[in-house]
Design a protein around this ligand. Structure first.
Ligand SMILES: *Cc1c(COP(=O)(O)O)cnc(C)c1O
Length: 391
């Protein structure tokens, strides 16, 4: 039998071993992690809606009316008014003809990609796409061609030499780098080469564009430009689930074919109503987004002055590039000793030699919170230049 224990030991030696922290109480900047009070800069709750009274109240009001359990899959008898209402609201919000609600973003990507491409087809995938996109490509059994991150001209070249059905898939905002895909150019090459474009805007939805409509709306791209738009609801929306939006015929096709939509229990419908309340908060959330932007700008300026290497990101995802796994872990541990929680992100989540501290900012952070982060980063700056840090 395979020696699982020694594989774990090897991971520890390589600084790749992963552990979980146990959180008590709600998700918010001041977090109780393993019983310790820390100021967190690593959640995806970008607008501070994960513990907002409005969506909590919507959930509480819904429960006595419609109960708790999803009880069945959507195609049996689980498709509730509440899910349907959320789909209509998401379609209107994103300016799409229709939308389909999935239980998670992981499932949305797996289901959409494997439904829209199959054996004999070709999927073109950005090298830095999220794991759920990579897994969706594998599940589809299509031929997969990965193109250099954001490199539209090399994508155009490989599209030109490929015949048959073509799917191009990209993160809108890249989850570990925080940069935005060149969506306008991608839409153009997809049009030129007859490829279907899929954009996963998990980190742009709620944050970028007018009223937080996302990275695709920020560029004014229509349903014709980006036929398949995916968004997740566990990040800026602060609840749970995901959606796919686009032409009605494609949503209908997904209802027939997306296995992660068909063969799973519908999410508790009351949660869909909580998400509707989140959508109201997002739509009227310009003040939150303006505050978030001011935190982002301050962080970038001050971290650069301290000598930290940032990446070209204008989103709440602000990685500090470290490269070495152990070095990234050591900095994360040192920050924790200063009362600040920023987890180290290591391969295979990021490329080999690309370990980083993924700092995320939230509208729930105050400028005082940011002061604490900057002080901690200042206190830990000596770790940047040490090559012999703890293993
Ligand atoms: C988080 C994430 C997902 C997965 O969404 P969940 O709802 O958390 O399953 C999909 N795509 C990207 C780009 C993500 O960052």
């Amino acid at each position: 039998m395979r020696d699982f224990a020694s594989e774990l030991e090897q991971r520890k030696q390589a600084g790749l071993y992963r552990t979980r922290r146990q959180i008590s109480g709600p998700q918010q900047p001041v977090l109780i992690a393993d019983g310790k009070r820390l100021l967190s800069f690593c959640s995806n709750d970008y607008l501070g809606l994960a513990n907002h009274p409005s969506n909590i109240e919507a959930l509480r009001n819904a429960l006595p009316e419609i109960g708790l359990g999803g009880a069945a899959s959507h195609l049996v008898c689980g498709h509730h008014d509440a899910h349907h209402l959320l789909e209509e609201r998401l379609a209107a919000f994103t300016g799409r003809s229709s939308a389909l609600f999935f239980s998670t973003g992981y499932m949305a990507n797996m289901g959409v990609i494997s439904a829209l491409a199959g054996r004999g087809d070709t999927i073109f995938s950005d090298r830095l796409n999220h794991a759920s996109i990579i897994d969706g490509c594998v599940l589809s059994r299509a031929k997969v061609r990965r193109y250099a991150h954001g490199d539209v001209s090399s994508l155009a070249a490989i599209l030109a030499e490929t015949s048959g059905h073509k799917l191009v898939v990209t993160d809108g905002v890249f989850s570990m780098d925080g940069d935005v895909a060149p969506l306008k150019e991608l839409a153009q090459v997809c049009r030129d080469h007859g490829a279907l474009l899929v954009v996963d805007d998990a980190h742009g939805f709620g944050i970028l564009g007018p009223h937080g409509r996302g990275s695709v709306a920020e560029l004014g791209l229509s349903e014709e430009d980006v036929p398949i738009l995916i968004g997740t609801l566990g990040k800026a929306a602060g609840t749970s689930g995901a959606f796919v939006a686009g032409p009605a015929v494609l949503m209908d096709y997904l209802v027939q074919k997306a296995r992660t939509y068909i063969y799973t229990t519908a999410m508790p419908p009351a949660l869909a109503l909580a998400t509707c309340a989140s959508l109201d908060l997002i739509e009227h959330g310009d003040e939150r987004r303006t505050h978030l932007q001011s935190l982002i700008e301050r962080f970038r300026q001050e971290a650069t002055v301290l000598g930290y290497e940032l990446m070209p990101s204008r989103t709440p995802v602000q990685p500090i590039m470290i490269r070495g796994n152990r070095e990234a872990l050591a900095l994360s541990q040192a920050l924790e000793e200063c009362g600040v929680l920023v987890t180290a992100i290591r391969p295979p989540t990021v490329p080999e030699g690309g370990a980083r501290l993924r700092v995320t900012l939230s509208a729930a952070h105050s400028h005082g919170d940011l002061n604490c982060l900057m002080q901690a980063l200042s206190d830990c700056r000596h770790l940047l230049h040490r090559k012999d840090v703890v293993s």
